[in-house]
Design a protein around this ligand. Structure first.
Ligand SMILES: [Zn+2]
Ligand SMILES: [Zn+2]
Length: 149
């Protein structure tokens, strides 16, 4: 709600100060947990421990690039472990203003969508839609990383 500044729900989860979400993974940079309203056979969220509101706050710099790479790696590892039979994975971010929670979160989906119409939430609609993690990484890849192997 505008005006109110409730404590951020994802910060609370990352700080392990809530028991409503069981963490699937955690380290000093990121935590992963199940989406409370899953859109697919497996639907996980990977969020940074630090409060970063949206992808708009990420820049073409090594720290941000390695954070997002790490989030993607964690998501892939979890889905490979928990949904190896899935025919398709998707990893990406909702770009504001169409993001739900203002704390950066990587959606990790192992398809099929449940129910099917949920796929509409993950369409790539140019600058307003869902952006694939790999595509986003290209956008913020620092020049120093490009010149590496
Ligand atoms: Zn937060
Ligand atoms: Zn989202």
């Amino acid at each position: 709600m505008a005006g109110a500044t409730p404590s951020c729900v994802f910060c609370a989860i990352a700080a392990k100060s809530t028991s409503s979400n069981t963490l699937l993974y955690s380290d000093d940079k990121v935590v992963a947990f199940q989406d409370i309203n899953p859109s697919a056979f497996r639907h996980y969220l990977v969020v940074p421990v630090a409060h970063i509101p949206t992808v708009k706050y990420l820049q073409r710099k090594t720290d941000d690039y390695s954070l997002v790479s790490h989030m993607l790696e964690v998501g892939k590892t979890l889905l490979n472990r928990d949904a190896p039979q899935s025919q398709q994975y998707r990893f990406g971010f909702h770009q504001p203003p169409l993001n739900s929670v203002n704390h950066l979160h990587l959606h990790c989906l192992a398809l099929p969508y449940t129910p099917r119409w949920r796929s509409i939430k993950y369409l790539s609609l140019g600058p307003l839609g869902f952006i694939e993690a790999e595509k986003f990484l290209e956008k913020i890849k620092p020049l120093s990383v490009q010149s590496k192997v």
